[in-house]
Design a protein around this ligand. Structure first.
Ligand code: CP
Ligand code: NVA
Length: 319
């Protein structure tokens, strides 16, 4: 088997992966998930992955550590307080030190600039475990989940909520896979023009499309979109209104996003749709408890797939 085009490379954004590379990671994830005891089990024997996190995490931290072990690697987690990125010492020094100990750095930061600096100074691959700009590993798991629940190409994803890190990665990733992406975001929280342009470029190449609206019901139902309307969404996705680091804005955000909550009424506008959320969920804000707990939810399949998608990404980058 020829080496992956991702071998030795960093994974900083979904934008930095081609559609073919996204598909290759998803194919590997599916194969490894189907055969957990397969030959990949020792692919990273002797390697060490270090996780450096500036923010809390449940899924990303645990799934990366388990994924590394499943590939035969060792992992080590440094919590926000331990590292002091940019306070105890500059990020560029942390990057150069960790590169002497580890084969990859998995890093969760506030600013994407910090992540980019770490990548610039590291001599080993750096993987984005969430920054304020993107959450690429989440998107890989999301696409794996959508592939398992009816497929990606030609199907419709309605994202309702903040035009944030999760939305940015998801729009580019889903468009790369040939999905029709509808983003329902309130004024002031729309995805930036460059990210929309990238998603549209990917969609043009894959047969997908990207629509931006301020109307969650239109995004989910398809009614009122285009001349004759469009079909209802196959996937309804939301994320928190207040991301980590934005807590001081939460009152203003709750007001701006009123009307954007995923409820069972909204889901009824797309009766066959699966419901997704990257977690943690703020019930009563972006999603009602009844919607979260409804039969439409594939949220915990999605959470599980963090493990399989990241295992595949580590495999492509390091094996
Ligand atoms: N979805 C996600 O990244 O969860 P954590 O913040 O718990 O890692
Ligand atoms: N948008 C959220 C995602 C959490 C996984 C945040 O950045 O906090």
């Amino acid at each position: 088997m020829p080496p992956s085009t991702l071998h030795g490379r960093s994974l900083l954004t979904i934008a930095g992966l081609s559609a073919a590379e996204i598909a290759a990671i998803l194919d590997t994830a599916r194969a490894q998930k189907a055969d957990p005891a397969g030959p990949h089990g020792h692919a990273l024997a002797g390697k060490t992955v270090v996780l450096v996190f500036e923010k809390p995490s449940l899924r990303t931290r645990v799934s990366f550590e388990v994924a590394a072990r499943r590939l035969g690697a060792t992992s080590l987690y440094l919590s926000p307080a331990e590292v002091g990125l940019g306070t105890r010492e500059p990020a560029k020094d942390v990057a150069r030190v960790l590169s002497r100990y580890a084969d990859a750095i998995v890093c969760r930061t506030f600013g994407q600039d910090v992540l980019d600096e770490i990548d610039r100074y590291a001599s080993v691959p750096v993987i984005n475990a969430l920054s304020d700009w993107e959450h690429p590993c989440q998107t890989l798991a999301d696409l794996l989940t959508i592939r398992e629940h009816g497929g990606t190409a030609g199907r419709t994803l309605a994202y309702v909520g903040d035009g944030n890190n999760v939305a940015r990665s998801l729009a580019a990733g889903a468009a790369s896979e040939g999905m029709h992406v509808r983003l329902a975001t309130p004024p002031g929280y729309v995805l930036d023009d460059a990210s929309l342009a990238l998603a549209r470029e990917r969609a043009a190449a894959s047969g997908g499309s990207v629509i931006v609206t301020a109307d969650p019901l239109a995004a989910v139902s398809g009614r009122g979109l285009g001349d004759a309307g469009l079909p209802p969404a196959d996937i309804v996705y939301t994320d928190v209104w207040t991301s980590m680091g934005q807590e001081a804005e939460s009152q203003r955000r709750n007001a701006a996003f009123a009307g954007y909550q995923i409820t069972t009424d909204l889901l009824a506008a797309a009766p066959a749709a699966r419901l997704m959320h990257d977690l943690p969920a703020h019930r009563g804000e972006e999603i009602s408890d009844a919607a979260f707990e409804s039969a439409a939810s594939v949220i915990f399949d999605q959470a599980e797939n963090r493990l399989h998608a990241q295992q595949a990404a580590l495999f492509h980058i390091l094996a």
